[in-house]
Design a binder for this molecule. Structure first.
Ligand SMILES: [Zn+2]
Length: 299
């Protein structure tokens, strides 16, 4: 019989509809780590209807499956999910630690040995404001990351190791260590792997502020204002890696300083710069893999 062969795990499209309706978090507390809960026992209904599935954090899900949480209460929460009412999701801790850390930004890497004491390691800075970095405090590594939208409104934030995101997205999903944000069926706009204990791998993201935008894709990074391309750049033991815009020196000397930028570059020109970078990166990496590529940056 067909009904008996229905897999327990809902299809991807059904899961996405449930995530969207629930605001990408537990309907009771907003936690971004959750299980898909068939509100009516799956063993009996044997079907995946998005309106019959909700999101519950591991604690609530465990209580429900052990019969300690009444269905009526879950239905009440489901009717008015926590994250549908909140603008940002509930903060979620990321567990980084150690004396050294690394950012992977497309095909580039920035590695730093933090050493003793308290210190701030900045991978990306715009107008003196760090948008990606680690704060080292008493043996702990506290990640800081800020991704804003075109209107400089926060989309995705990690503040001293606490992750939150804006809940009005098309899709946000955790799979293992990787978090992706999508604004449609195309490629993700954010794809970051939080490879604890000491590594952050940014495969896709656009770090922007005050009209300056640094776009990262799996094979490159590009400043979309001007088309400066970073491919296969590897920095070690720098306290500030890429500094863009004004006030570039206030954070201390950076390894790569990009100043005097036109901030009102039209989106079409920015996209051309991204496309150009994509082609340049592909041909550079192809040449390198054949063994006759130039050493260093492909800018
Ligand atoms: Zn919860």
């Amino acid at each position: 019989m067909e009904a008996e062969t229905t897999p327990r795990d809902p299809p991807d499209d059904v899961k996405r509809l449930v995530r969207q309706r629930c605001g990408f978090g537990c309907v009771e507390c907003g936690a971004p780590i959750y299980h898909y809960d068939h509100m009516f026992d799956f063993a009996e209904v044997r079907r995946h209807r998005p309106e019959e599935i909700t999101l519950l954090c591991p604690n609530r899900h465990d209580e429900k499956s052990r019969g300690r949480l009444p269905l009526e209460l879950v239905q009440q929460w489901n009717a008015s999910p926590f994250n549908a009412r909140a603008k940002m999701s509930k903060p979620h801790p990321l567990h980084y630690f150690g004396n050294a850390c690394e950012f992977v930004l497309g095909s580039n890497t920035v590695f730093n040995r933090m050493g003793e004491g308290n210190a701030l390691f900045r991978a990306l800075t715009i107008d003196g404001r760090p948008l990606l970095g680690f704060r080292f405090e008493q043996g702990r590594l506290l990640l800081n990351l800020a991704i804003y939208d075109h209107k400089d409104q926060p989309l995705f934030l990690v503040e001293d190791g606490e992750l939150t995101y804006r809940t009005d997205q098309w899709d946000i999903e955790w799979v293992g260590q990787t978090l992706t944000v999508r604004n449609g069926r195309r490629k993700p706009i954010v794809e970051i792997r939080f490879a604890v204990p000491d590594q952050v791998i940014v495969r896709r993201a656009r770090f922007r502020m005050n009209g300056i935008e640094y776009c990262i894709e799996p094979t490159f990074a590009v400043l979309t204002n001007r088309g400066d391309i970073h491919v296969d750049v590897h920095l070690e033991d720098v306290w500030s890696a890429v500094s863009m815009g004004d006030d570039a020196q206030s954070a201390g000397p950076a390894a790569l300083v990009l100043t005097e930028l036109n901030r009102s570059v039209p989106p079409s020109v920015r996209e051309e710069n991204v496309k150009h970078a994509r082609r340049e990166a592909a041909s550079y990496l192809r040449a390198r893999n054949l063994g006759d590529g130039p050493a260093g940056s492909g800018s």
